[in-house]
Write a protein that binds this ligand. Structure first.
Ligand SMILES: [Zn+2]
Length: 464
């Protein structure tokens, strides 16, 4: 009996010894060693890993002892790897395709690998699609011309699609799809009837509809009609909260342009006090159940004036003008008013946040004080100041947009099998939100770029 046990133990030892022979090294095109990988689903940090990339996919996240053989090896120097960032609301194409092609590489230098463009002429969109061949561009989902239910006496008509009856709506949706749009943007004036026609026409073309909250129905009803994302934190966003958003909007216009004497902080403080918070949370929850997400664009709608004053110095001249226009709504040296304004914005965000409505990071750049790329880091900081946890902030620019825009199976997380689309940050963004502002490496569209290359892309952008 003992002999049998001994020989069994012996064969077991031999078996273990066989297992202990070194496994074949994993083959990769690129290995980035010495990085901490941030898990966007659970908020964990996988320390001291090696990212192995084959082609444009993540092949493995190996620990430091795993042998590998790679064509190119990079020392991550203890950087934190997060998925490539999304700006879910930007106006990159609004001028023309050439200026968009010059600006777009700058986005990569800020770690932005995907954007959703929310308004351009159909011509600019078509020209951009034809010219955008470089890998040094983010992936761009684009709406083409925003849809208006009526004509306005101002604004660039090439960037508005004015549609009246059902036949016009259907033709415009077909044209926009034909120009290469990925979604339809709804701007203003659609009552529930025409809105339903627009939703149906878009569905027939396989396009979703995103945009401003429309009149005549609470936001949750608009979500049930098919509105996929609502843009901005403005009074109309709160239709359905037992408040009259139009009355407050009129007061804002009167204060800004007609010298009514009221201040924005006073109007928004009154607006927040007028909202039935619990009813509003319930309304947003119903909207979330119907599939809605929100892009608050705090950098455009609730930018603290103190932050705007800091940004204005670094803006290009044309941009400085629109930023100063934003600041004109605030009197200088009124810290009490400014604090009230920020508090009102945070109170509105608290309602949104409490409802569980998915939140998307978007900048509306170059509106007001916004610039492509740089504004996303500001937006993420403002989202955190408004009450989101550091993980929710990270998700708002990675996991959530990837899921909401239909790429959840390959983007938004750094995992084997997912697209190799990630940014390296010097610091942990879950500890320090300012980490987003200065990426030190980026992999997207099959290409690695170190910090020097990112700075070259940033300098290649428009400079006057
Ligand atoms: Zn916009």
């Amino acid at each position: 009996m003992r002999a049998i046990i001994t020989s069994l133990a012996l064969s077991l030892t031999v078996g273990l010894a066989a297992c202990a022979t070194p496994p074949m090294p994993m083959r990769a095109d690129l290995a980035i060693r010495n990085v901490h990988v941030v898990d966007t689903r659970r908020g964990r940090v996988l320390a001291d890993r090696t990212l192995l990339i084959r082609g444009d996919r993540i092949a493995a996240i190996a620990d430091a002892s795993t042998p590998y053989a790679a064509d190119l090896e990079v020392d991550g120097q203890g950087a934190y790897a997060i998925p490539g960032l999304w700006d879910a609301h930007i106006h990159l194409l609004q001028d023309d395709a050439d200026s968009a092609l010059r600006t777009a590489p700058v986005l990569l230098s800020y770690g932005v690998t995907h954007v959703r463009d929310m308004g351009s002429s159909a011509r600019a969109l078509t020209a951009f699609r034809a010219g955008a061949k470089s890998p040094d561009l983010p992936v761009i989902l684009a709406s083409g011309p925003p849809f208006w239910a009526f004509e306005l006496p101002y604004g660039d008509k090439s960037q508005q699609r004015i549609v009246g009856d059902a036949a016009e709506i259907e033709t415009a949706v077909r044209d926009t799809a034909g120009a290469g749009a990925d979604l339809i943007k709804i701007y203003a004036g659609f009552e529930p009837g025409p809105m339903a026609v627009l939703m149906e026409a878009a569905r027939a073309q396989g396009l979703r509809v995103a945009g401003h909250a429309q009149p005549g129905a609470p936001l949750d009803a608009q979500a049930r009609l098919g509105l996929a994302t609502v843009e901005h934190l403005e009074t109309s966003t709160f239709a359905g909260c037992d408040v009259d958003p139009d009355a407050y909007f009129e007061r804002i216009i009167a204060a800004r342009f007609r010298g009514s004497g009221e201040t924005l902080p006073a109007i928004f403080t009154a607006f927040v006090a007028d909202i039935d918070r619990d009813a509003c949370v319930a309304m947003f929850r119903r909207a979330a159940d119907a599939g809605l997400a929100i892009t608050p664009t705090l950098t455009a709608t609730f930018l603290p004036p103190a932050t705007a004053r800091r940004l204005v110095a670094d803006l290009l001249p044309a941009q400085r003008e629109t930023c100063e226009l934003y600041l004109a709504a605030f009197s200088e040296n009124d810290p009490v008013g400014e604090a009230a304004y920020v508090a009102a914005g945070n109170a509105l965000m608290e309602i949104v946040h409490a409802s569980g409505l998915p939140i998307l990071a978007g900048t509306d750049a170059p509106a007001f004080c916004g610039t492509a790329g740089a504004s996303l880091a500001v937006e993420l900081e403002l989202l955190q100041l408004s009450g989101l946890s550091p993980l929710e902030v990270l998700q708002s620019a990675t996991l959530t947009p990837a899921r909401v825009f239909g790429f959840g199976d390959r983007l938004g997380a750094i995992e084997p099998g997912m697209d190799a689309d990630f940014v390296l940050l010097r610091q942990n963004p879950l500890v320090d939100v300012s980490a987003y502002a200065e990426p030190v490496g980026l992999f997207s569209r099959g290409k690695w770029r170190d910090q020097t290359e990112l700075m070259r892309l940033r300098r290649s952008g428009p400079s006057n």
